[in-house]
Design a protein around this ligand. Structure first.
Ligand code: ADP
Length: 604
């Protein structure tokens, strides 16, 4: 827990930083008088109340346009002019809850320092939203070697502990203590514990240049991580109301908790498993589970964590997600429609028999993700060449021009810019992404892809072959958080044609950045995007995009053609749609409240 003194020191530092930023801003405003930069109001105090975003957007002063071939997305975030504060796109005021709870998340990802996909965004967004509601929230994260330490405020070594850990010796697995270091810091204001072996010269765990697929065995590393988190909480005598475990990486903590740390159920801590994706469920051999220091045999029955698919195999295996489902007091997943697809459709896959058990169904909840509206705010986003919001949308055109120039596309404000930002894996509808590309270019639009994953090669081939130096198509096969921000800001349409999608964040980011989402009707996409030509719905279902069913190219073409026609023939209606979308509430507000309701429902 953070002491009052530490909190005061942090607030003082924050204050100093803000003062320094304000001084810099005032200087930049004075030096810009008469120069071809942003026009500024006279008094800085007035600027803070009513910022100069419109002027920034109206003249393109202050924008340093990209040079041909420049990796412009690698530039440092803009510090001057100061991003716009306030405005219509701000998140609604946060409600504070009475009787704050103590929540600890155990997770493999946390944006922005350890983000691979939506899991990282969700952990940070939800943690910040619950903090803002007045709860005590901490995140426990592996201290990956590749973490950018400069983005962790106040990083300090907290303590070393001994964690029981299985290791191979002479063909057998034995258990011994592994000295483990726990660090503490803050990421975007959210307290974080970072956990790793103390001596990483003899141990590969969490080493390497990537979050996943570093130079370590993932199963061994996350099993150890689960045990280490529980051991630390026990040693430091922390007794949170809820441990929220994210996906299979953290699920074993629920099995260990009831087996080792709270076998009689007397401690108050209760457990929640949040399923972000059932595509990966964490299969492990029983002897491998012994890396936790606890024999896997303890869990090897159908009613516990035995993977039914392996019955009769030698050896039979365990499944950590199943263990989490059985051993947690509540299970959540990230949208109501995905929850229904899991319970009643095919989304549960082989876990269907587990989800058929009434006692497990009744503790399963679908809560729609939000997005972190501080991180994703076009009015203040320092990664954008120009800012904008629903009431002052002019900056969006500058963002489009900037991206067209930067990527070497034909610079034409009238061409619809269609974008995909995605992991490139079968789940994301690879063939439909390709269909969207071909159709957009055929119809005279522009297409930009930012993506990476197993299905890279097909897109690399297109990028280096048919679409090399194409004036209307750019395929960036890479991961770049900064370029992603610029693409959302520049895009007219964002396509999300997933085969299945537990929630999906890109369509919500698109709404916030004034790009119209075009999605396949599945999971969370069906809960957040409603067709402009669809039946009139209530305020919870604003007609905000284009939706298609089916999974063939023709289905996608139908929706894409409608979008391009609307863009080309009814610019005023298109602009109104973009602006209305930017006003929609896609924040964590409502969803954080739903999570708090579930936390309370399981609290002892
Ligand atoms: P998933 O978690 O299945 O990847 P989501 O839609 O829930 O999908 O979240 C994806 C997140 O990852 C979004 O924030 C999106 O902007 C980001 N993202 C996906 N691919 C890339 C990429 N190549 N570069 C930068 N950000 C990406």
């Amino acid at each position: 827990m953070v002491s009052v003194d530490e909190e005061l020191t942090r607030l003082r530092k924050e204050n100093e930083l803000l003062r320094a930023q304000l001084a810099l801003y005032q200087q930049s405003q004075q030096s810009s008088v008469g120069a071809a930069t942003v026009a500024a109001p006279a008094a800085a105090t007035k600027v803070l109340e009513k910022p100069a975003l419109v002027k920034q957007a109206a003249v393109d002063g202050g924008i340093i346009w990209p040079k041909p071939g420049e990796a412009f997305w690698e530039r440092s975030p803009r510090t001057s002019p100061m991003p716009l504060q306030g405005g219509a796109a701000d998140a609604p005021p946060v409600e504070r809850d009475a009787n704050p709870m103590h929540i600890i998340h155990i997770t493999a990802e946390m944006a922005p320092i350890a983000k691979v996909g939506g899991l990282g965004d969700v952990v940070t967004g939800l943690a910040k939203a619950a903090l803002a509601r007045g709860h005590f929230v901490t995140v426990m994260l592996p201290f990956y070697e590749c973490l950018p330490k400069d983005q962790i405020e106040g990083l300090k070594h907290e303590c070393d502990i001994e964690v029981p850990k299985g290791y191979r010796w002479d063909g057998e697995i034995r258990v011994g203590p592994l000295k483990t270091s726990v660090y503490w810091g803050r990421v975007q204001g959210c307290p974080v514990y970072l956990v790793k072996p103390a001596d990483d010269t003899n141990c590969n765990i969490f080493r390497g240049g990537r979050i996943y697929g570093g130079s370590y065995n993932e199963m061994e590393a996350y099993l150890y991580f689960c045990r280490a988190c529980l051991e630390y909480l026990s040693v430091s005598q922390q007794n949170p109301h809820v441990l929220q475990l994210h996906d299979w990486h953290a699920a074993a903590a629920s099995m260990l908790y009831w087996d080792v740390y709270n076998p009689t159920g007397v401690n108050r801590t209760r457990l929640m498993l949040t399923i972000h994706n059932l595509d990966n469920t964490g299969e492990t051999r029983q002897d491998e589970f012994f890396f936790t220091g606890v024999p896997g045999e303890n869990f090897a029955t159908i009613d516990k964590a035995l993977d039914e698919r392996t019955i009769g195999h030698n050896p039979e295996r365990l499944n950590l997600m199943k263990g989490g489902i059985v051993y947690c007091n509540a299970i959540t997943t990230v949208s109501p429609t995905y929850a229904t697809e899991v319970l009643n459709g095919g989304a549960a896959g082989w876990l269907r028999s587990t989800f058929a058990r009434p006692e497990l169904r009744s503790k399963f909840h679908g809560i729609l993700n939000g997005i972190d509206c501080e991180e994703w705010n076009p009015a203040t986003d320092a990664l954008l060449p120009a800012n904008f919001d629903a009431d002052r949308p002019a900056g969006k055109a500058l963002c489009k021009e900037f991206l067209q120039k930067g990527l070497g596309l034909e610079v034409d404000p009238r061409k619809p810019l269609v974008a995909v930002v995605s992991r490139l894996v079968p789940q994301k509808g690879i063939h439909l992404i390709k269909a969207a590309l071909l159709r957009t270019v055929e119809k005279g639009g522009q297409f930009v892809l930012l993506g990476s994953g197993h299905s890279d090669p097909a897109f690399r081939q297109l990028a280096d072959g048919q679409f090399k130096d194409h004036p209307n198509c750019r395929l960036k096969i890479m991961y770049s958080e900064r370029l992603a921000h610029m693409i959302y800001a520049a895009a007219d349409v964002v396509v999300v044609p997933s085969m299945f999608e537990p929630c999906g964040l890109t369509q919500m980011i698109a709404l916030r950045y004034g790009a119209v989402p075009l999605v396949r009707r599945t999971g969370g996409l069906a809960d957040t995007v409603f067709d402009v030509d669809g039946p009139a719905a209530g305020p919870a279902q604003p007609r905000n995009g284009f939706v298609f069913d089916g999974s063939d190219d023709g289905a996608l073409h139908g929706a894409l053609d409608r979008a391009l026609t609307l863009y080309n023939t009814q610019p005023a209606r298109w602009a109104a749609l973009q602006q209305d979308n930017m006003r929609l509430d896609v924040s964590w507000g409502k969803s954080a409240k739903s999570y708090v309701d579930v936390y309370r429902s399981i609290s002892a």
